[in-house]
Design a protein around this ligand. Structure first.
Ligand SMILES: CC(C)(COP(=O)(O)OP(=O)(O)OC[C@H]1O[C@@H](n2cnc3c(N)ncnc32)[C@H](O)[C@@H]1OP(=O)(O)O)[C@@H](O)C(=O)NCCC(=O)NCCS
Length: 170
């Protein structure tokens, strides 16, 4: 898969992304805002296992964000099942070295549009920790609407948190 956005691409993960993934993903500030399945420290073993896992997925549901020929972030979908199969959750991260350049917004906008068609969805949503202002901003810039607060719905690093439900529908 390849979405070419000029100086930015969203594409399939490759085995050769191992070193870049390790370099950019091993960051406590990134892990703190994602599910616990995104580890910290992010070890070489974690990176190898992740790349093996995503390459076997059918349909493909996790993608690299590439800039200057290097994987600098990731985006992934969890597609619902049964009556929820028209709905998918999206998650994303960008390397701290590249924050504030609009990369997450552009990548999220493009992959969401792609996902509606590719997975035959009517809804793409994201759950964001209520304090995560940069990610809230990304979602709003990418056209997602806030539908509400899921009060005390998550525990991260031992702290109970509110999450905001953001969604885009078609
Ligand atoms: C959230 C994240 C993906 C944003 O990536 P990015 O490429 O820097 O995002 P963008 O540059 O597209 O947009 C960031 C916006 O947040 C704004 N922002 C940054 N820090 C902010 C803060 N403390 N308060 C409010 N807005 C903030 C930026 O100014 C920018 O908005 P603008 O374009 O209006 O100026 C990145 O910080 C990240 O990977 N964080 C850790 C993982 C994470 O939170 N993932 C999302 C889970 S829901």
């Amino acid at each position: 898969m390849l979405l070419d956005l000029g100086d930015l691409q969203v594409r399939s993960w490759r085995k050769l992304d191992l070193d870049a993934l390790l370099r950019h993903a091993n960051n406590a500030k990134i892990a703190a805002n994602l599910r616990d399945q995104f580890p910290h420290p992010y070890t070489r073993r974690d990176a190898i296992d992740y790349l093996d896992f995503v390459r076997d997925q059918r349909p493909e549901r996790a993608f690299a964000v590439q800039h200057n020929q290097e994987a600098i972030g990731g985006l992934g979908f969890q597609i619902g099942v049964d009556i929820g199969k028209v709905s998918a959750e999206v998650g994303y991260w960008i390397s701290e070295a590249h924050w504030g350049r609009g990369f997450a917004t552009r990548a999220l906008s493009a992959i969401s549009e792609w996902a509606f068609t590719e997975y035959k969805l009517t809804r793409v949503f994201a759950l964001v920790f209520a304090y995560n202002a940069p990610s809230v901003r990304v979602l709003e810039k990418a056209g997602f609407q806030c539908e509400g607060v899921l009060r005390r719905s998550a525990i991260k690093n031992g702290v109970i948190l509110d999450q905001l439900m953001y969604a885009k529908v078609r």
